[in-house]
Structures are given as structure tokens and as C-alpha cells.
Write a protein that binds this ligand. Structure first.
Ligand SMILES: [Zn+2]
Length: 122
């Protein structure tokens, strides 16, 4: 289950980008198809990794990117849900381009509960 190591790397990344005292509510990542990431497995790995950490309440959103194919004959590039498709020019062997991306897209954070407003009590 390689999702676990991905999630651990992701957690390090999130922690690097999170100022101290800020609660992370949601983490969004984009993963290329070459990663063969399964969303369900990612969620499980995330839950088991963040429990007992500052990220325990953060949601993980995984966006699986389509294949980016390039035709060796005519050079056309396009996005495809399918890896094995023919190009519009008739070439039957378009090649995947990249697809190994794993990007932290966004972090939703809530403002830290600041110092209590002085109420004048006393
Ligand atoms: Zn082509």
C-alpha cells in the first residue's frame, strides 16, 4: 500500500506550509495517473496517519488527473481518461507525458483563536 508513504510525505509538506497555531481544515492534492493512486486507499492511509496529530480533523481531497497523451506521429497532445486510445490522426500508440505528478494544491486553514478580546471585566 504505497498510499501510506505518499500520505506521510504529504503530511510533512502540509506541516511545512502551515504556520504554527493554525488549524488545517482541508488538504487538496492532485495526483497524476502514473501514481496509480486509489482515492479510497488514500483516505484510509490519511485517517490512520493523521489521527493523534494536529491534522486529525483535516479532510483530504484527492483529485486524480487524467492522462496527458502525446502522439509520436503528429505531435498532438491531449488529456484522456483512457491510456490506450488512438490519436485523431490514426496513430494507435500515443505516449503518456508525465503523469507522475503529486502536487499539494491547496490548504484550507482556519484562523487561530486569537487572544480573547478584552472584556473589561475586573
Ligand atoms: Zn497523431
Amino acid at each position: 500500500m504505497h498510499e501510506l508513504s505518499i500520505v506521510q510525505a504529504l503530511m510533512d509538506l502540509v506541516n511545512q506550509h502551515t504556520p504554527p497555531g493554525v488549524a488545517v481544515e482541508a488538504v487538496t492534492v492532485e495526483a497524476g495517473p502514473m501514481r496509480s493512486i486509489d482515492d479510497g486507499a488514500m483516505q484510509l492511509a490519511w485517517q490512520s496517519t493523521v489521527v493523534d496529530t494536529a491534522l486529525a480533523k483535516a479532510r483530504l481531497e484527492v483529485r486524480l488527473l487524467p492522462w496527458r497523451l502525446q502522439c509520436p506521429a503528429c505531435g498532438l497532445q491531449w488529456d484522456s481518461e483512457e491510456l490506450f486510445v488512438a490519436c485523431a490522426c490514426g496513430n494507435a500508440s500515443p505516449r503518456p507525458v508525465g503523469g507522475n505528478d503529486l502536487r499539494l494544491v491547496s490548504l484550507d486553514v482556519s484562523d487561530p483563536p486569537g487572544p480573547q478580546a478584552h472584556s473589561g471585566v475586573g
